[in-house]
Each structure stands twice: as C-alpha cells, then as structure tokens.
Write a protein that binds this ligand. Sequence first.
Ligand code: C2E
Ligand code: MG
Ligand code: MG
Length: 353
Amino acid sequence: MALADRLLDVFREPLALSHGDVFVTASIGMAHMSSRSSSTPEDLLRHADTAMYRAKDAGRNCVALYDESMHERVSHRLAVETALYRALDREELRLFYQPILDLDTGDVEGFEALMRWQRGDGTIVSPAEFIPIAEDTGTINAIGAWALLEALIQLRTWIDDGVCSSIATMSVNVSPRQLADSGFPAMVAEALTRSSVSPHQLWLEVTEGIMIAEPELALATLRRLRSLGVRVALDDFGTGYSSLSLLQRFPLQRIKIDRAFVHGVADNPNDRSLVRTIVAMGRSLGLDIVAEGVETVQQMQVLSDLGCKKAQGYLISHPVPAEAMRSTVAGLERLGSFPGLRPTPSGRPTTVS
Ligand code: C2E
Ligand code: MG
Ligand code: MG
C-alpha cells in the first residue's frame, strides 16, 4: 500500500509536455498470494485487474486491494449481464404501467411504462439494478426499442378497448445511451407508425445526465424528436444539477418532480419551498409538471395547492400489469376528484406556507 501511495504521489506533479503541462491520475489495483483464490500468477493478475476497476469505480486516483467480495460482485454482475442479454429473446421482460392522474378532473391522463425482469428462476430483478447494466453493455438499445413499441401498442389497445380516453398518453423512459444513438428518432417514428399512436401522445422521459455530458448530441436528438411531434419530459427533476439553463436550452415540455421532494412536501418546509419554486418556474416556462411518488393524501393536497396538477404514486396506484389496468382506471375514475382532496380555484394555487 505504501508503494502504491508513493506511485500516486508521483502523479500529483504535472507532466511537462511540449504543448504544456498535463495532469495524469492513476488507478491502482493490488492482489496478494494469501488470497485463497489467488493460486497462480494468472489469478493474481486477474484479481489485481478486478481491484483496479474497483479503484476506477471509486472515483479513480486511488488504490484498491482485492478481496473475495470483489470476486463475488464481479461474478454476479457477469451472470446478470449474460442473463440480461438473453432476457428479451426468452420473453422474461415485461412492462408494468402506472397511471398519471389529473388532480383537477380526476381523469387518468396517461401512463408510465416501467420495465420488470422476471428471470428464468422466478426472481424479479429491479430496473434500478438491471437498467444500468443494460446501459453499460449496450443491451439497452434493443431492450429500449422493445419497450417503446410494446408500450405504444398497449396504449393503442387500451384506447381501442375503451380502457382509457382516446387522448391518453404513454410515457416511456429512455436511457442516455439510446439518446446518443443516431438511429433513435427513426426507431421512435417507426414505433409510432406501427402502433398508430399520435406522436403527441408519447412522452419520452429522459434524465439530465446526457444533456450535461453531451449537450450537442442531446440537443440534436431532442430536436429531431421534437420535429416528429414527440414530447420530452425531464425525469427525477431536482436531484442532479437541474440547472435552469437546461430547461431553457433544451426542447423539454415537462418536468417530473422527483419523489425525494414530494416525500417531504407535506411536513418539511424546505421541500415545500423547493417544490413551490419548481412549480413556479415550470409554469413560467410553460412546462407541464408532474409529481412523482405521491404516497399520502396530505402530499397530494399540498401539491395541488402549490399548483402541481398532475401526479403519480402509490396513493393513486402502484405500477400494475396491463391486464389490471381496466379495473384500475375504472376504480380511479369512479372516485371523480381524489377523496380528501379539496378543490382549489383552477390554475390559481392557494398559498401554502
Ligand atoms: P423513474 O422513471 O423515475 O420511475 C419511477 C419509479 O418510482 C418506479 O420505480 C416506480 O415504480 C416508483 N414509484 C412510483 N410511485 C411510487 C411511490 O409512491 N413511492 C415510491 N417509493 N416509489 C414509487 P421502478 O419501476 O423500480 O423503476 C426505477 C427506475 O428504473 C425508473 O425511475 C427508471 O429510471 C428506470 N426504468 C424503469 N423502466 C425503464 C425502461 O423501460 N427504460 C429505461 N431506460 N429505464 C427504466
Ligand atoms: Mg420515469
Ligand atoms: Mg423519476
């Protein structure tokens, strides 16, 4: 470890190259023979390599020492990668849907498609675990294309069967890697044609990462999507940089307030101020605003009072399989406006301190 630290120290000095000083960092992985599974030189090198990737994951410019748990993590990840690769062909992926409610009218205005993976052995893997892996390995392009078409065909079926209104929308999550793919807008256009869904009824949910990492690329893709008539929502708003310039610079039509703020909106004055500000800003930019993760009537009341008129969350409905949507929508619409929710003069939020 002392040697590794000395090596890192050496790198702290810039390298004087002909065109100027350059800073370089190193990520160092180490393994030693006393590890039970490091019995050959090849094992040692492989384990040191594993540890080096760990050092990179930990933010680079540091040292990581191999231990058995790293090996387990790597094998688990490899097993998931391989299984995920085949999941689509094996029809192990499916979509669940969560309704988005218009708080003023009590109508289900649309749905968000959320992916579920039931592995061959029956275990359910959360998208929070497998989407990042699919993103890393590139499988996301195929999986995402499948999800988009599947969700649009589902919306078409629901509309035709009278499950939802003919103007209901479908929201589909899109990963940065999909947005970076130059064929993405064409794939979206084809899915819309194949499902006979109007572009205006599709919301693509993106996160800000790609707009910060590759602004030019993101802008070009978003513009092409916009020219198709498709609308774009900024998901998990408030959690990352969420800079105002982002909202101005990129063609976005909706923000989804992250559930982290919705969670505290009824009890925590800071969260409430934040949501109030997001809503005011969103409105002044002419954006549609949806609150995510609404779990209590109190949260919903405060959101409505603050002028956020669309919501989704467990209070309204958990994500459900397609077959369950008819009864879910019927149940919600039978309620009219949400029970316990005081009406506020539409368009004018009442003041909540
Ligand atoms: P997201 O797009 O922000 O989706 C909202 C997540 O919050 C979903 O988790 C949903 O089940 C959960 N949720 C909804 N209401 C509530 C609530 O009241 N309380 C709480 N605690 N949670 C609530 P899920 O389904 O596990 O998805 C997690 C994330 O995985 C999604 O976050 C999205 O980023 C990603 N994801 C899901 N499906 C897809 C997909 O088809 N493609 C891509 N690229 N990403 C997906
Ligand atoms: Mg989403
Ligand atoms: Mg979200």
